[in-house]
Ligand binder design. Structure first.
Ligand SMILES: Nc1ncnc2c1ncn2[C@@H]1O[C@H](COP(=O)(O)OP(=O)(O)OP(=O)(O)O)[C@@H](O)[C@H]1O
Ligand SMILES: O=P(O)(O)OC[C@@]1(O)O[C@H](CO)[C@@H](O)[C@@H]1O
Length: 331
């Protein structure tokens, strides 16, 4: 089999329908000024950005048998190695409404087809085949019907038994199961972090405290994405905060997935944690400014890396507390 640099697993992919509306009004007729339909789902989005960066990426998970063409085309166009298990029914739709007046994106994610126990066993066998020692396997996105959150733990054990590394982007019970099973990297956003600890994170202090305790107790590499406020990256050796310069946001769909791709690319290339935070932010930045996934040439990427503001987390904490007197964050 071809060399595989990364594998991504999307248990619940989606055909994303992005609608641009100039001023959305609930309860009335709205007209879209633009529309885009593309193959999506968190693991597929991560894989696409990794492939655009030059990596060989295998994609797996569960894909509906009845509407494969948009995915077949996407995998072909990006050179993704298709190892999806086909399940009965249609891959679900994800509706993304981008309000160009407020710059807000609203997601309505539909339910996808169920994966039977035999198909889950098939996926575990497939992942066993795809794992490579020292290479990252990404498990990203929600769980489809019929799949228990603990299945993520089973996937992690298969990857670890093949000496691979696991990065997880999930939420709720699945994130808990992944933390208990010993994932090597996790990328919750601040809401998922609050949900994990079942408490409000009222200010930056609360956020940092929660991130530190998750990193110390459960996961070596913790990435906490903070939307327009940037990202935190905590490892056993160091803690960083990074943010992009002024970004002209076209859509936020897939920004977190692109960030994950950039971090993994940095880690796989043996970059410092500081440069991994830069790379993650640059990948997210490029995704935010384009409706279709894209990455610039190496030289432009390098110059973008230099524009990312990165500081030790302790420095960011001191800045925030001197600005706010330690009070609640102003978003
Ligand atoms: N408006 C913005 N301006 C600048 N950077 C942004 C903006 N929105 C997002 N980013 C960058 O993209 C990264 C990921 O965005 P965000 O935190 O929204 O993703 P997420 O919530 O993790 O995504 P997902 O829904 O895929 O889990 C952020 O950490 C930040 O670096
Ligand atoms: O329902 P999930 O699996 O949590 O998220 C699915 C999804 O919103 O995530 C991607 C963006 O991150 C989209 O391509 C896709 O529609």
């Amino acid at each position: 089999m071809k060399t595989i640099d990364f594998t991504t697993i999307t248990l619940n992919p989606a055909v994303d329908h992005t609608l641009f509306v100039d001023g959305m009004t609930l309860g009335s007729v709205n007209r879209a000024i633009d529309f885009q339909r593309q193959a999506g789902g968190k693991g597929i989005n991560v894989a696409t950005m990794l492939a655009l960066g030059g990596a060989t990426v295998a994609v797996s998970g569960f894909l509906g048998r009845n509407n494969p063409s948009i995915f077949d085309r996407h995998f072909r166009d990006h050179g993704l190695l298709d190892h999806f298990i086909r399940v009965g029914g249609e891959t679900r739709t994800g509706i993304k409404i981008v309000d160009t007046k407020t710059d807000e994106t609203t997601d309505i994610n539909l339910n996808g087809p169920a994966a039977a126990e035999s198909q889950q066993a098939e996926l575990l066998a497939k992942v066993k085949e795809l794992v490579r020692p020292g290479k990252w396997v990404v498990i990203a996105g929600s769980m489809p019907k019929g799949v228990a959150p603990e299945f993520i733990g089973e996937l992690i054990r298969v990857v670890h038994s093949g000496e691979g590394l696991v990065a997880v982007d999930s939420s709720g019970a699945a994130l808990k199961a992944a933390m208990d099973a010993g994932a090597d990297l996790a990328k919750p956003n601040e809401h998922e972090l609050a949900e994990y600890f079942n408490k409000d994170l009222r200010d930056f202090d609360d956020l940092v405290h929660a991130a530190r305790s998750l990193q110390k107790e459960k996961v070596a590499n913790l990435v906490v994405s903070l939307g327009s406020e940037g990202v935190l990256f905590l490892t056993p050796e160091s803690e960083w905060k990074a943010s992009a310069p002024n970004v002209k946001v076209v859509s936020t769909v897939g920004a977190g997935d692109s960030m994950m791709a950039g971090f993994l690319r940095g880690l796989a290339d043996g970059e410092t944690p500081e440069d991994c935070a830069r790379m993650g932010t640059v990948y997210a930045w490029n995704r935010l400014e384009s409706l279709l996934p894209k990455l610039p040439s190496g030289n432009v990427l390098k110059s973008q890396m230099r524009q990312i503001a990165v500081q030790p987390l302790t420095e960011a904490e001191a800045e925030v507390s001197s600005l706010s007197g330690g009070g609640p964050r102003q978003n």
